[in-house]
Design a protein around this ligand. Structure first.
Ligand code: ADP
Length: 441
């Protein structure tokens, strides 16, 4: 500033001096004013130069200015650098933020005050079928035409979620998307979407399960209460009375079996998978299951006339790592089904094999009626039965194969079902090599 004042005074003095040398004191005054005006014009020119550079600092060449102008230019240069750094940091942060939202399992859509899409992540694209570039600034209601969603938007009360069908839904594979809108910053909207297909399916399964259990329990209960009422109101002869009591006992036992199977299933679902430390001897397991199956066959033979033929092929030293009770229940269910669905005098073959890859295969083959192919994929569903009356007649609950599947999956294996109508069926349990060993005795 000092230098600037000195420069101004020097110019005034120079103008006065020139006026005084050449003419008179009046011209001295004129020279002084002319010097001052020249200095102001020069200063203006420097200011213009600086302003021109400030307008386009990136394209214009940096001006060479003296004194205070140079200081201003230097200060602006520093501020500009700081601003560039800040802008770069903000861009990096914004990119990180957007990448995090992209990675979110939830769909995120930003809507402006008018409900137009400003930005959306890939999950929202997958859920709702909107295009991340083409659909920008489109009204969300023009793209999502589900009536439930339109009503939700029109109502404007975003306290709960709305359920819409997902973009990838098809009649055979429904997809359910839950959408919730949150308002922020003066009517802007944040729209979040979640894939709730699994939750919806689990809820539907739970409802079906409760309905099935209620139905299964109500049937024997209705029969039982009918008999109780008859016995209470009618004075029946002893023989008929005994008959009624025996039928009542049958219904009670049916309910008991059902409850026992339900408890088994819930125990299987609620406990950790069996470890690999306890080894179960396959010949011992088979002996026990075959004895039970033969017992059942004799009971049925008293009604059907003839019992079944049993054939066993086993590997004497084979042992399986797992839970003995669960494995017995799985094999026992397969044998019990073979006995119950195969007419008297039919043949049941139990075969144990160690496969070349080290896995074990335990199969139960029968010469029963066989199963039509459309039923096979559904047999392990709870309460799924091909022949409901035959199942009930023989004390089935519709839960046997669901238990078998659970047990074998908990042991790292799988169940395979092969059958042809009129040709019998083969149910095989495959257990992985790491749960199989030969015990040398
Ligand atoms: P259930 O208690 O009714 O036998 P499961 O879950 O054990 O229930 O079996 C489901 C259905 O699979 C049965 O109702 C039956 O229709 C069919 N099924 C199972 N095993 C056999 C078999 N060995 N032969 C023919 N059908 C079978």
């Amino acid at each position: 500033m000092m230098r600037r004042c000195l420069e101004f005074i020097s110019v005034l003095l120079l103008g006065s001096l020139m006026g005084w040398i050449w003419y008179s004191p009046i011209w001295m005054f004129v020279g002084c004013v002319a010097g001052g005006l020249s200095w102001l014009a020069l200063d203006q020119a420097r200011l213009r130069q600086l302003l021109a550079w400030l307008k386009q600092p990136d394209t214009q060449e940096e001006p060479q200015l003296p004194h205070v102008w140079e200081q201003i230019a230097e200060r602006v240069r520093r501020l500009q650098k700081q601003w560039h750094h800040k802008a770069r940091d903000s861009q990096v942060r914004l990119n990180e933020f957007l990448t995090a939202i992209q990675a979110s399992p939830n769909g995120v859509v930003l809507l402006d005050q008018e409900g137009r899409i400003e930005w959306c992540n890939q999950t929202a694209v997958d859920h709702l079928g909107i295009h991340p570039q083409r659909d920008l600034m489109q009204h969300i209601t023009n793209l999502l035409r589900d009536p439930a969603f339109t009503a939700y938007i029109n109502k404007g009360l975003f306290e709960s979620e709305v359920l819409v069908s997902g973009a990838s839904a098809s009649p055979s594979k429904p997809v359910f998307i839950a959408i919730r809108i949150h308002t922020y910053a003066k009517k802007r909207r944040l729209m979040l979407s979640r894939d709730v297909t699994a939750v919806q399916q689990a809820e539907a399964m739970r409802r079906d399960f409760v309905a099935n259990v209620s139905h299964e329990i109500r049937t024997p209960l209705t029969v039982l209460s009918g008999f109780v009422e008859t016995l209470q109101t009618l004075d029946l002869p002893d023989e008929e009375r005994r008959q009624y009591l025996s039928l009542m006992a049958q219904q009670a036992s049916r309910m008991e079996t059902l409850v026992s199977d339900l408890l088994t299933l819930s125990k299987l679902e609620g406990s950790p998978s069996p470890g690999r430390h306890g080894w179960v001897s396959v010949p011992v397991l088979i002996d026990r299951c075959i004895q039970e199956a033969q017992g059942l066959s004799h009971v049925l033979a008293s009604k059907q006339g003839q019992s079944h033929q049993f054939e066993v092929h086993t590997v004497p030293e084979l042992a399986l790592a797992g839970n003995a009770d669960e494995l017995r229940s799985a094999l026992g269910n397969l044998l019990s089904n073979a006995v119950r669905y195969t007419p008297g005098a039919g043949k049941i073959v139990l075969r144990v094999q160690r496969l070349p890859n080290g896995d074990a295969a335990l199969s139960v083959a029968d010469t029963g009626p066989g199963i039509a192919p459309e039923h096979i994929p559904r047999l392990t569903e709870r309460f799924y039965r091909v022949d409901r009356s035959r199942s009930r007649e023989t004390g089935g609950t519709g839960l046997g194969l669901a238990i078998v599947k659970h047990v074998v999956q908990r042991h790292g294996g799988q169940i395979q079902i092969e059958s042809q109508l009129g040709q019998g069926s083969v149910f095989t349990l495959h257990l992985p090599a790491d749960r199989v060993r030969l015990e040398h005795v």
